[in-house]
Structures are given as structure tokens and as C-alpha cells.
Write a protein that binds this ligand. Structure first.
Ligand SMILES: NC(=O)c1ccc[n+]([C@@H]2O[C@H](COP(=O)([O-])OP(=O)(O)OC[C@H]3O[C@@H](n4cnc5c(N)ncnc54)[C@H](OP(=O)(O)O)[C@@H]3O)[C@@H](O)[C@H]2O)c1
Length: 286
């Protein structure tokens, strides 16, 4: 007998169409809110739920689920993965019939489905911080969205930059591994480039501006022209020139460094997934 039949049918709840509960609204969910506001999305019927109740521009913000009012169409899980089992039991009181969109790193669809068995659909999204300026990358995956919902969610997430529906969680994980943490790696690269400029006598602020604008301009140029990276490199390096001398060092180290970086993040993601698999009986959450 499943949980539905033990507890009786879920009450009929009038959900506000298109509205969101941002359950946890810190750095990442807050960046998504910013991006959607920039895109002109009306969030007036959406609610940010965070223990601090710190205000989030454009949203009504409350301390707990029980102050949030009429349940929404979409519930975006934006807290830390380790809090899943603290939040899930209360959230289950409201989640039947809602679309659960989880940005929790590592937590798999099956683990979410076990905790929210009455949800209309379960979606994993892996966004990155540039969603705040509508230039993010968002990986999406779901086993149970219908075509209409898939289109609607795709459109909604495209307002934040590039949205990519993945065919399965493995490919979702690969896109997420690059995109989710990518801004932190790129930020460290910019910092290292700036530090090298500083070591060569540049003022720190100037070095940072030069490094940041070089990365930004390169990405912008590549995105505008669609040029391949090899073509870009060929347009900068000249045979036996200074760039070529630098690249000889850089290219020897970089692929292995990036691979080890992503492997370490992947191992941590597997640990989070394993921890979230631990509770597999929805009955224990009732
Ligand atoms: N940061 C990224 O670049 C990034 C990228 C992709 C995915 N993610 C995922 O996004 C999630 C959040 O990461 P973050 O960097 O945004 O962390 P964060 O800034 O620390 O935000 C966490 C949010 O969870 C709230 N929270 C804490 N306890 C809660 C509870 N019991 N119920 C509801 N909300 C609670 C916090 O409330 P207060 O605001 O009141 O403290 C805060 O708003 C993680 O699962 C992470 O895997 C992050």
C-alpha cells in the first residue's frame, strides 16, 4: 500500500499558476530571481522562504513554509543538499501536485521522487551564477515532465541564458560539472592572471581590470562570431612568437589540471548523491 492510500487522497489545492516558492533563497536562487526580474517576469505572487527572512527584491519573503500562503505551481529547492531531510517532511505537506525544481548539487531524481511522491513532476536544474545577468547556463533533466511542461520550463529557463535539457542524469551531471562550478574556476583564473600582472608591476586594480576584461572580451567575441577556440588561438599566436612560448607551458599543464579539478568535484557530487539515497522510504518521512 502506498503512502497516498494510507493518508487518503491529497486535498484539492488551488495553486497560483506560474508562481514559485523559492525554498531557500540565497546566492543561487537569489541570482535566478534577479535574472527573471531583469527579464521582466512578474514574481509578485512568488515567495522566498529563508530562515533569516532577509528581503529579496521582487519577492515576498517569509521565514517558514507555514507563512508562505497559497501553494505555488513550482517549488524551487534552493537550500544546501545536506538540508534535504530537514526541509522535506514539512515541504511534503504542500508538494502534492506541484512541480519540484531542485538545484541541489548531487541529489538525484530518484532521491527527490522518494521524498516528494505526490509531486506533479520532478526536475533537476543546475544553473550558474551569471543567470543574475541573464547570461547563465542551466542544465535541466527530468524523467516525468510532459511535453507541454518541458516547453514551458525550457522557455522560463531560457530567460536566464542558455537552457539545456539533458537526455539523462549522466549528461546532466556533465553539463552541470562545467557550468555550475565553472564561474568559480573562471574567477580563480582571472585572479591568477591578475596576480601575474601584479607581479610584473601593475597596480592591483588595474591588473584585475585587464585580466577580467580579457576573459570577458574573449568569451564575448567567441560567442558573437561562433569561432572555434583553435581559430581564436591561431589569430593570436604567431609562429615562434611570445604567445606561442607561453602556450607551450600552458597547454602542457591545463588539460590535466582541469580534468583533476572536475574529477574532484565529481567525487564530492557522488558523495552527496549517496547521502541523499539513504532515505528511500517515503513512509519514514510522513
Ligand atoms: N552557488 C552556486 O553557484 C550554485 C550553483 C549551482 C547549484 N547550487 C546549489 O544551490 C543550492 C544553494 O546554494 P547557495 O550557494 O545559494 O547557498 P546559500 O547562499 O547558502 O543559500 C542557501 C539558502 O538556504 C536557506 N536555508 C537554510 N536553512 C533552510 C531551511 N531549513 N529551509 C529553507 N531554507 C533554508 C538559507 O537561508 P538564509 O538566507 O536565511 O540563510 C539560504 O537562503 C545548493 O543546493 C547548491 O548545490 C549552487
Amino acid at each position: 500500500m502506498d503512502v497516498q492510500s494510507i493518508t487518503g487522497p491529497a486535498p484539492i489545492v488551488q495553486r497560483v499558476p506560474g508562481s514559485f516558492w523559492f525554498v531557500g533563497c540565497g546566492n543561487m536562487a537569489g541570482a535566478m530571481v534577479e535574472g527573471w526580474r531583469l527579464a521582466g517576469m512578474d514574481l509578485s505572487s512568488s515567495v522566498g522562504i529563508r530562515p533569516s527572512a532577509r528581503p529579496v527584491e521582487g519577492l515576498r519573503t517569509v521565514r517558514s513554509l507555514f507563512e508562505a500562503g497559497c501553494p505555488p505551481e513550482y517549488m524551487l529547492l534552493g537550500f544546501k543538499p545536506q538540508l534535504l531531510d530537514e526541509v522535506a517532511p514539512d515541504l511534503r505537506r504542500f508538494s502534492d501536485g506541484a512541480v519540484i525544481v531542485s538545484i541541489l548539487a548531487g541529489v538525484e531524481l530518484a532521491s527527490l521522487a522518494a521524498r516528494f511522491p505526490g509531486a506533479r513532476a520532478i526536475v533537476r536544474a543546475m544553473p550558474n551564477l551569471p543567470v543574475a545577468v541573464r547570461r547563465g547556463v542551466v542544465a535541466l533533466v527530468s524523467d516525468d515532465v510532459d511535453e507541454a511542461l518541458r516547453q514551458r520550463l525550457g522557455e522560463r529557463f531560457r530567460q536566464l541564458g542558455t537552457a539545456i535539457w539533458s537526455p539523462n542524469e549522466a549528461s546532466f551531471g556533465a553539463v552541470g560539472a562545467l557550468a555550475g562550478a565553472g564561474p568559480a574556476y573562471v574567477a580563480r583564473f582571472i585572479e591568477a592572471l591578475a596576480a601575474a600582472g601584479q607581479a610584473r608591476g601593475l597596480d592591483p586594480a588595474l591588473a584585475l581590470t585587464v585580466a577580467r576584461e580579457t576573459v570577458f572580451g574573449t568569451a564575448w567575441l567567441a560567442a558573437s562570431t561562433g569561432e572555434l577556440m583553435d581559430e581564436m588561438v591561431a589569430r593570436v599566436r604567431s609562429p615562434n612568437g611570445t604567445t606561442e612560448a607561453g602556450l607551450a607551458v600552458f597547454e602542457a599543464e591545463l588539460p590535466s589540471l582541469i580534468d583533476r579539478t572536475l574529477a574532484a568535484a565529481g567525487r564530492r557530487s557522488a558523495e552527496l548523491a549517496e547521502a541523499a539515497r539513504q532515505i528511500d522510504s517515503p513512509a519514514t518521512l510522513a
